[in-house]
Write a protein that binds this ligand. Structure first.
Ligand SMILES: [Zn+2]
Length: 477
């Protein structure tokens, strides 16, 4: 079973310099491909459609290395090629409708470089018996990159090295060799039970206002009061640095410093959220009695609607910070919910358990005992009193039980939506000669090179073979 691993890395300052260079060069090629593609679509599309040659989607990059960009040769060519491949893969996802068209990679925020097997190897240190990661080639050595393997992993075929807010990471996909439990098997196994038996095996979850996540057995997933205070403190610091940043001169060193400080203010809340949700979902999935988890199917539209202002502090729109506070709460809660579902899903799948999504409609107004739906069932934000059968309960708890019931019903009716995994045709990587683009004769001008390339792209299938290959000519004359 494939799982993603993200391990903290600790490069030396010299290594940091090299890795930052790799990141920058790869981004340059990626962005060059994006801007070239935009040019084709904006200006050349008509001409291209008349001449019958398609807009090229390839992974050539040699034409971006010229007299003015000779610094591109300061990194291994595989770094540049991988930039072009990354762009081509993004185009592949775009063509299969999985993603939008690739856009320019930004210079700020999380930065990463994709490194393929030519540029790294793992080695077991004879003395310490720990694994070492060696980066670079003979010509471009980086040396041993120290990293912390906090979890077992298998050696990957390619990896990403990334930096975010000054922290470095190595991430890759790892195979543990175990077969992945199939969802259909879990579903058919669960359907052998009666509704009452299933109730004991099921947990429903409600996204609350006061408590981020409430389970139907009364379990709460919440931040500690210390964490909440610190998160709000960081939030204020974030505002302060953003204000400061807005007044500083673009490109100045002070602004650079502020940017680093600003990026650090995001860290704490992010780490706390991840930590709390990881621990909670681990506990839930490790519980041997629970096999079915039911969550609300929240749509993006629900998630991005305007937050409701808090009214108890002041009527109207007085500047009391209530709206900002509501916005903050909402942001924390909503992102927390998304993370919760994602983490719960993959952990459940890994241990042969099931997560199903149900419609969230009126789940807060429905009675978990008799099914009566009415707005009057909610006399207050926190309380639930059924107007028909008189059931009185905590509103979030009631809602989570309603959600659990809906999940069981969906399962017994056999209407559990099966997730279809859509993939796109990314591949052929192994047959690619890495230095194919360096074969080109240097005497060509841009125009002949482009025509050659256009012709070549129409005979795409035969292209990616060996480095000695020349583009086929005399075809689309
Ligand atoms: Zn009722």
């Amino acid at each position: 079973m494939q799982t993603g691993k993200r391990l903290r890395a600790y490069p030396t300052p010299a290594q940091e310099q090299i890795l930052l260079q790799w990141i920058g060069h790869q981004r340059f090629i990626y962005n060059a491909k994006v801007s070239e593609d935009r040019y084709y679509w904006a200006f050349a599309k008509k001409a291209v459609s008349l001449s019958g040659t398609p807009v090229p989607v390839d992974q050539e990059y040699a034409r971006f290395i010229g007299p003015e960009t000779s610094w591109l040769r300061e990194v291994p060519s595989q770094i540049l090629r991988n930039g072009a491949v990354r762009w081509k893969q993004a185009m592949g996802r775009f063509f299969s409708g999985l993603a939008r068209k690739p856009v320019f990679q930004r210079k700020d925020g999380r930065q990463s470089v994709w490194i393929t097997s030519e540029l790294f190897r793992f080695r077991t240190n004879d003395e310490t018996q720990f694994e070492e990661l060696i980066l670079g080639t003979k010509k471009f050595p980086v040396g041993v990159l120290p990293f912390k393997a906090h979890t077992p992993y298998s050696r990957p075929a390619s990896l990403h090295v990334s930096v975010e807010a000054g922290k470095w990471f190595v991430s890759f996909s790892s195979d543990d060799g175990l077969p992945e439990p199939k969802e259909e098997d879990t579903i058919s196994w669960l359907r052998m039970f009666s509704e009452e038996e299933l109730e004991g095996k099921t947990l429903g979850f409600d996204r609350g206002v006061t408590i981020p996540v409430m389970a139907s057995d009364g379990r709460r997933i919440d931040f500690s009061s210390v964490q909440k205070i610190r998160m709000e403190k960081k939030e204020r610091a974030k505002k302060r640095w953003q204000r400061k940043l807005s007044r500083q001169v673009k490109g100045s060193n002070n602004r650079k410093e502020s940017k680093t400080r600003l990026s650090r203010t995001f860290e704490y809340a992010k780490n706390v959220r991840k930590d709390v949700i990881h621990k909670a979902t681990h506990d839930l999935v490790s519980d041997p009695d629970r096999t079915l988890f039911v969550v609300e199917d929240l749509k993006v539209k629900n998630m991005t609607k305007r937050p409701e202002p808090k009214q108890e502090d002041s009527g109207g729109y007085a500047k009391n910070g209530a709206r900002a506070k509501a916005g903050l709460n909402w942001a924390i809660l909503s992102s927390c919910w998304g993370l919760f579902v994602v983490l719960l899903s993959y952990k459940a799948r890994r241990s042969g358990k099931l997560v199903i999504k149900v419609s969230p409609q009126f789940s807060s107004q429905e009675c978990a005992r008799c099914g009566h739906i009415h707005p009057d069932n909610r006399p207050s934000q926190a309380g639930f009193v059924c107007q028909r059968c008189g059931l009185a309960d905590n509103a979030d708890l009631n809602a989570s039980r309603v959600i659990a019931k809906r999940g069981i019903r969906l399962l017994l009716e056999g209407k559990v939506p099966q997730k279809t995994i859509r993939r796109c045709g990314i591949g052929k990587l192994k047959t690619l000669g890495p230095e194919r683009s360096e074969v080109k004769a240097s005497g060509e001008d841009d125009k002949t090179r482009r025509t050659k390339r256009l012709r070549a792209s129409s005979a795409k299938e035969e292209l990616p073979l060996a480095r000695s290959e020349t583009p086929p000519t005399a075809q689309s004359a």
